[in-house]
Ligand binder design. Structure first.
Ligand SMILES: Cc1ncc(COP(=O)(O)O)c(C=O)c1O
Length: 436
């Protein structure tokens, strides 16, 4: 018998970067520590997904589409859903209407590409816009791992621009752009102005205008990622950067992951910039990249989105009212529990009060990294995310991100009490001040 040696493989060096494990960790933490209360993943609650309702409604949707002249009838509509589809999608009209009525963003459907979640939009933007040898992506910092991770894989340099309590500071962005020596070129600035992931901050309107102006002058694109903007609790929704953008400086990224359900995997990008060489929109031009990544977003899933939007005249409000109300209650429960459990330790321990979204930031008097995460999960029964997970430079070692989106109020109270026990244990052990 011949003995065969199995082939061994090493992936590219960038795969060893611990940053690339964060997304998987956040998605799998719930399974790794099943007994713990998990404030780690930014997930919406499953009990508010109406998956069956959306699927059952498709029959009626097909009847409506089949009634449109030249649609070919119901069989043809069903068959088209089973076929490969146009690269940039089939529900762009429904999304354009939604953006007009809900967000005050008025764009031609040709400027919209329907993607497999916002994540694919980010991959397409970095791959289609950034020359790895020359271009630099600025990111508000700390930031969502989905953008920095894909830039790492694609070999695009990222420069962090530190956020403050009001999010990204346009003056700081201007200074970083001005300080970059040629031939390096800042291609785009990525930010999540509404209820930032991970910080929970929200950018004031004046900063939004100023950021647009700074970037327009410098010939730099703004990439506005807005998964949480509809989850607003304490004030009227602020205008998106894209809705203030008269000169096509901003590319907008949206998703139905948090408003409908994340397993749908439908997102989109709005890129209404004109491509000089072709006269097409940037969204149309980028279809070349999408065609090589996912070919097209599943038409069946796009039909769910088109149906849901059409049934409510393009408005998401009626579809998400209960989700927003529940998430607000969870935010309130978390703030109340933090005050009750840790109020006496302020300002040694402190936290921000987000006016919307899924997340808040807690600042501790000691460093909190992976060892603390494991100890906290195993011995105290609560999982949280170290802020360093969202940092490209190891900064913010004494902060953690808490997600209040996934756990009901009772479990939130229990989880915060466990977290408080861990923090007191660490402080008593003499850690206070170490990372402050
Ligand atoms: C800031 C941000 N952008 C994008 C996404 C990913 O969205 P999708 O599920 O549409 O890929 C998330 C998900 O958590 C997010 O927090």
């Amino acid at each position: 018998m011949t003995t065969r040696t199995r082939v061994t493989v090493e992936p590219r060096a960038c795969m060893a970067d611990p940053q690339l494990d964060v997304m998987n960790f956040l998605n799998e933490a719930v399974m790794e520590f099943p007994a713990a209360v998990s404030f780690a993943p930014g997930r919406p609650r499953e009990d508010l997904f109406d998956v069956r309702g959306h699927v059952q409604s498709l029959d009626e949707y097909v009847r409506r589409v089949a009634a449109i002249p030249h649609s070919g009838g119901a069989d043809a509509v069903w068959q088209a859903m089973g076929q490969y589809g146009p690269t940039n999608g089939v529900c762009a009209e429904a999304i354009a209407r939604h953006l007009r009525v809900d967000e005050g963003i008025d764009v031609d459907p040709r400027a919209i590409m329907v993607t497999v979640g916002a994540q694919e939009a980010m991959a397409i933007l970095v791959a289609g816009l950034c020359e790895p040898e020359r271009d630099v992506l600025l990111v508000s910092h700390p930031t969502y791992i989905g953008i920095t991770g894909i830039a790492r894989v694609l070999g695009v340099r990222v420069i962090p621009v530190e956020s403050d309590d009001d999010g990204l500071d346009p003056e700081r962005v201007e200074r970083v752009i001005g300080a970059l020596p040629a031939p390096a070129r800042v291609r785009a600035v990525y930010d999540i102005p509404d209820f930032n992931n991970p910080l929970g901050t929200s950018m004031p309107v004046e900063r939004r205008r100023a950021l647009l102006e700074v970037c327009r002058r410098a010939g730099v694109l703004v990439i506005e990622d807005n998964p949480y903007g509809r989850y607003v609790y304490d004030h009227a929704p602020r205008p998106t950067i894209k809705s203030l953008d008269a000169e096509a400086t901003c590319i907008y990224v949206g998703t139905f992951s948090k408003t409908l359900f994340p397993g749908l995997r439908v997102g989109y990008l709005v890129a209404d910039q004109e491509v000089v060489s072709s006269g097409r929109t940037l969204a149309e031009e980028l279809s070349r990249v999408k065609s090589l990544i996912t070919v097209n977003t599943p038409p069946l899933l796009q039909a769910i989105v088109a149906d849901a939007l059409e049934r409510h005249d393009g408005r998401l409000g009626p579809l998400i009212a209960e989700k927003v109300e529940r998430c607000k209650r969870q935010r309130d429960a978390m703030l109340a529990a933090l005050a009750a459990q840790l109020g006496d330790l302020v300002p040694t321990v402190s936290w921000n009060v987000p006016s919307g979204g899924f997340f808040l930031t807690v600042t501790l008097p000691f460093p909190f990294g992976v060892p603390e995460l494991r100890e906290c999960a195993k011995q105290f029964g609560v999982v949280v995310s170290p802020m360093t997970f969202f940092c490209v430079d190891g900064s913010r070692s004494n902060q953690i991100r808490l997600a209040f989106s996934y756990v009901g109020p009772d479990r939130i109270a229990a989880g915060v009490s466990r977290l408080a026990a861990f923090i007191r244990h660490r402080i008593a052990a003499g850690d206070a001040g170490a990372g402050a």
